[in-house]
Design a binder for this molecule. Structure first.
Ligand code: PSU
Ligand code: MN
Length: 305
């Protein structure tokens, strides 16, 4: 069983041209069928327009696949796809059992790094869940950020998580957190949480300079988290957001949802309860993150000369 790398991605890597990894869980489990296929193609277009090569990552018939064809994107986005949500620990079983699966931030970043892709765009990363004091529900995304030298561009973490605890853990694990043209850490649907970002950067060149310094001159192998707030015109109304959040948390308790189902159930609640506003926000922020990731990858490639 080998890793399959799309030709255009392999060529770009061999020639040192910028590549941006994209995850498949946000397509298969974060967006509804139909819409997910449109977003998949728009993400790739945005990356290309900014001068980088997109590499959407998934596991297909047990093979890690870096860069999906149109047919493969159809397969990942199909209504009846039934793809398993694969975190990093699930990769071995999925390979061995020949499964189709969608990769989370944790597994996408790990697979990207394994083939030499150092920049990755997503929507929101997983983090410390509310009530983690008793549930121990802390996303493996944080562990991968702590151990994998990948730049992850996101719009912060959803307010369904314990944002303060998530930022504390990122500090403990020595992951630099940068706000893109922002002083506050964003909360996915909202441009600002109540928490400050440790560092602010204002251009892709600054992002690249920080990433290069972190990789070359700071001992250790942690990633870098770049937090890019949702574009202002797509931010979800705060009152609506707070209502959906309270309802969503009640729903989880009522139905006893836990583990890897928590994030998809909450996302679906937001999408159905907001009349589509949260979907528009979700699409706008991942597209904006893909663009910024591509611009940063281009700037990083420029530094390597
Ligand atoms: N946040 C979102 N949308 C998503 C996810 C996170 O706004 O679709 C997905 C990502 O793939 C992330 C995963 O890696 O959920 C985290 O899941 P968990 O909390 O079960 O680790
Ligand atoms: Mn979890």
């Amino acid at each position: 069983m080998t890793t399959r790398i799309a030709e255009e991605v392999a060529d770009a890597l061999a020639e040192g041209r910028p590549v941006v990894a994209l995850e498949s869980t946000l397509l298969a489990h974060g967006l509804p069928p139909g819409r997910n296929r449109e977003v998949a193609i728009r993400l790739e277009d945005v990356v290309r327009a900014a001068g980088a090569t997109p590499a959407t990552i998934a596991v297909l018939a047990g093979t890690p696949t870096i860069g999906l064809s149109g047919d493969e994107l159809d397969r990942v986005c199909a209504a009846d796809a039934g793809l398993v949500k694969l975190s990093r620990r699930d990769l071995g079983p999925a390979f061995a059992l020949g499964l189709d699966g969608a990769t989370t931030v944790a597994s996408t970043a790990a697979l990207a790094d394994s083939v030499g892709i150092g920049v990755f765009a997503t929507g929101g990363v997983g983090g410390v869940h509310r009530g983690a004091q008793t549930s121990w529900d802390v996303s493996a995304d944080l562990d991968v950020l702590a151990t994998t030298p990948v730049l992850v561009v996101c719009s912060g973490v959803k307010s369904v998580l314990d944002i303060g605890a998530t930022l504390e853990l990122l500090e403990t694990r020595s992951v630099p957190v940068l706000g893109y043209r922002a002083d506050r850490f964003p909360a996915f649907y909202l441009r600002e949480s109540e928490f400050d970002v440790p560092w602010r950067v204002d251009s892709p060149e600054q992002v690249a300079a920080v990433v290069a310094a972190h990789r070359a001159r700071v001992p250790g192998t942690s990633g870098v988290l770049l937090a890019n707030p949702v574009p202002a015109e797509h931010e979800v109304d705060r009152v609506l957001h707070d209502r959906l959040l309270d309802e969503g948390l009640d729903l989880l308790r009522r139905d006893g949802v836990h583990g890897k189902d928590v994030t998809p159930v909450l996302l679906e609640h937001f999408h159905s309860g907001s009349g589509g506003a949260s979907l528009d926000a979700n699409e706008a922020l991942v597209l904006s993150n893909a663009k910024l990731a591509a611009e940063s990858a281009v700037a990083l490639a420029g530094l390597r000369g």
